[in-house]
Ligand binder design. Structure first.
Ligand code: NAD
Length: 337
């Protein structure tokens, strides 16, 4: 059974390709390499013992999307990761984000409506909740006005899918990720941020390896136990497995609605200082850092209530923060060696 993985050479997509094969599926990857490297395909081959099918295609090109589906009319599901994801860049260049994250989604859905039945998994984000009033965050917490064009594309994306699924053959699962971190234990694939990382863990590992002088901790005056912001860091391998479980749910027609939404997190919040301490423990390195002012748009805390994912979806994160950081550190050391 072949699954289309858009953005399959990216961070989460590549790990999901591995888990699809582990579960007996095959993947066909679409990626335009805008935020990934063709070398990821070699990493996948080393892990899987074979190279997944790959099409270097830009999903903003409607005709290419149409030709792809004409050629691959046997895909049993689509896992749609491809998107631009840098919050700051989306503020600078909103139209790039609306074009890439919305047009591409619409073109794919248009092709799926031509199929007798279609299964569609969407990469959404906990950013849709903004600063939720209650922790941990459940799926029925209200969606807050987006704080960036990037965040808005996730909200609009969810709405487009919901409106479309209502009146078509499409069944969909919206997965709201908390903070994906880590790398495959083999260190053959991992996160490859371009330029200065915007996320904590790649910034930590790049500082650990000496690529950055020191880590900036944005704010120690948040109303949290140690004053630093709290997030729910989930190992990318756990996250990847959730996509396979979600796809199987749709294939086995176990879904209770045309569109279902699940939080994907560990359920545990960790502060920035706790992550730094955990990194120092697993790496044996002292991490130089300084406290600076809060970063605009950052919220105080976000961690998931995972009850629905655990009981309804039947998926649970198993790996710890330490395991996530150890794998990210192993990956950082491998790519710099
Ligand atoms: N990483 C996170 O912290 C996080 C959190 C919440 C949600 N998400 C979402 O998860 C998805 C995957 O994130 P990621 O961290 O793996 O990102 P990533 O940038 O590593 O992967 C996305 C991939 O999509 C490809 N791509 C982008 N536009 C394309 C286009 N027009 N045509 C073909 N390929 C295209 C890129 O080259 C890249 O390989 C994204 O939709 C992202 O918004 C990520």
């Amino acid at each position: 059974m072949k699954v289309l993985v858009t953005g399959g050479l990216g961070f989460i997509g590549s790990h999901t390709v591995v888990e699809l094969y582990n579960a007996g599926f095959e993947a066909v990857i679409i990626d335009n390499l805008s935020n990934s490297s063709i070398n990821v395909l070699d990493g996948l081959e080393r892990i899987l013992g074979k190279k997944p099918e790959f099409e270097n295609l830009d999903l903003r090109d409607k005709q290419s999307v149409q030709s792809f589906f004409a050629k691959h009319n046997d895909v049993v599901g689509v896992i749609h990761f491809a998107a631009s994801k840098a919050v700051g860049e989306s503020v600078e260049n909103p139209l790039l984000y609306y074009e890439n994250n919305i047009n591409a989604l619409v073109y794919i859905l248009q092709e799926l409506t031509k199929m007798p039945q279609a299964n569609f998994i969407f990469s959404s984000s906990c950013t849709v909740y903004g600063q939720a009033e209650k922790m941990p965050i459940t799926e029925d917490a209200s969606v807050q006005p987006a704080m960036s064009p990037y965040g808005n594309t996730k909200q609009i994306g969810e709405e487009i899918i919901t409106d479309t699924a209502k009146v078509t053959n499409i069944n969909s699962i919206l997965l709201r990720y908390f903070n994906p971190v880590g790398a495959h234990p083999s260190a053959e694939i991992g996160e490859l941020p371009i330029g200065v990382p915007q996320n904590l863990v790649p910034f930590i590992t790049q500082t650990g390896i000496g690529l950055r002088e020191q880590l900036s901790v944005y704010g120690d005056d948040y109303p949290t136990p140690d004053g630093t912001a709290i997030r729910d860091y989930i190992h990318v391998v756990d996250l990847a497995k959730a996509h396979v479980v979600a796809l199987q749910r749709l294939l086995n027609k176990k879904n209770l609605a045309k569109v279902e939404t699940f939080n994907l997190g560990t359920g545990k919040g960790s502060s920035v200082l706790e992550v730094i301490n955990a990194f120092e423990k697993v790496s044996g390195k002292k991490l130089p850092y300084k406290i600076v002012g809060r970063r605009e748009g950052d919220i105080t805390e976000a961690y998931a209530n995972t009850d629905k994912a655990n009981t309804v979806l039947g998926w649970k994160a198993n790996l710890t923060l330490e395991e996530s950081l150890a794998s990210a550190w192993k990956w950082e050391q491998k790519i710099r060696s």
